[in-house]
Write a protein that binds this ligand. Structure first.
Ligand SMILES: O=C(O)C(=O)CO
Length: 323
């Protein structure tokens, strides 16, 4: 049996960190078998005896997984800024370090959030569909008119790094009035001239409401029938954070009944969303397949940082970006 420390890699790595890892022969790399379902049983099987886990948001790192890994496990490193898939308390209790990848994905994710905001406010996905399905030019099939950002109130649930970078992009489209709801105050508020409001005011005042917060057990299904009903009837809801913020059946109902105007989602719950889900077929709902950070440059940077974290952790060193 190999005496080398073992590293479980649960995801296909981007090219740059993949190459780096290929050139390291002091560790044994266990790659997740292509196409194998990520069940807890399979995770427990592959993680046995590993000193490090390199994973991402689709991998549930529970106390059972940590127990299955055994005494050797020193570090869990996720290729993501979100970390709700990792049981941090269980890691802490076992002295296991946890790393994540903040900052390096801010710009790519803000690009996606601003793009999705523009797509949803202008009804771009239905407009594209109308060209493909022959509705273009048929008077009775006229598309609804879109909404522009000047003079509108742009609300952020979670004005952190990604929210701020999104607001800067939306300024180029004429957005100038920003409000936000964070638990405390945002360090970016002054620069944007953004006003902090309580959640009910965020719902009631936003013309565009953008979710760029971390999901917690308290914020699960924060957007449901009762809260969606408090939004403006033309409001556009954008979510590039986590699907769990939104009760999807309630959102589908709100969009089809004109309770709110449109939605743009880069995240769903579960992922992927079932293609037969009503949200997928609504003309006023744009859904992207969780591509927030999906550029070559950003994924390489995330992979590099996560690899650095896991190698340091396996070596007993401090991580560059610990949780
Ligand atoms: O980094 C994250 O948390 C993601 O969702 C990746 O896009």
């Amino acid at each position: 049996m190999s005496q080398k420390p073992r590293l479980l890699v649960t995801i296909p790595l981007p090219p740059k960190p993949r190459k780096t890892l290929q050139n390291i022969d002091s560790i044994e790399v266990v790659h997740w078998p292509e196409g194998e379902v990520k069940t807890s049983e399979n995770m427990a099987k592959h993680v046995q005896g590993c000193s490090g886990i390199l994973c991402s948001v689709g991998d549930k790192i529970t106390s059972e997984v940590l127990d299955a890994a055994g005494e050797a496990l020193k570090v869990v490193s996720t290729v993501s800024v979100g970390y709700e898939h990792i049981d941090l308390t269980a890691c802490k209790n076992r002295g296991i370090q946890v790393g994540y990848t903040p900052d390096v994905l801010t710009d790519a994710t803000a690009d996606t959030t601003a793009t999705l905001t523009m797509m949803a406010t202008r009804g771009i996905s239905d407009a594209i569909a109308s060209v493909k399905d022959g509705r273009w030019g048929k008077p009775r099939a006229a598309l609804p008119l879109g909404m522009q950002l000047p003079g509108k109130i742009i609300g952020f649930l979670g004005l952190g790094r990604i929210g701020y970078a999104t607001a800067l992009r939306l300024r180029a489209f004429g957005a100038s009035q920003f409000i936000y709801h964070n638990r405390g105050t945002s360090r970016f508020a002054d620069d944007l001239g953004a006003r902090r409001v309580e959640f009910p005011q965020l719902l009631a005042q936003s013309d565009v409401l953008i979710i760029t917060a971390s999901l917690t057990s308290e914020s699960r299904h924060l957007f449901r029938k009762e809260t969606l009903a408090q939004m403006k009837s033309h409001a556009v809801l954008v979510n590039t954070a986590r699907g769990g913020f939104i009760h999807q059946e309630d959102l589908a109902e709100a969009l089809s009944q004109g309770i709110i105007g449109a939605a743009g989602l880069d995240v769903t719950d579960p992922e992927p969303i079932d293609p037969s889900h009503p949200l997928v077929h609504l003309p006023n709902c744009t859904i992207l397949p969780h591509i927030g950070s999906a550029t070559l440059e950003t994924r390489n940077a995330m992979g590099d940082l996560a690899l650095e974290n896991v190698l340091n952790g396996m070596d007993g060193k401090a991580l560059s970006t610990p949780l």
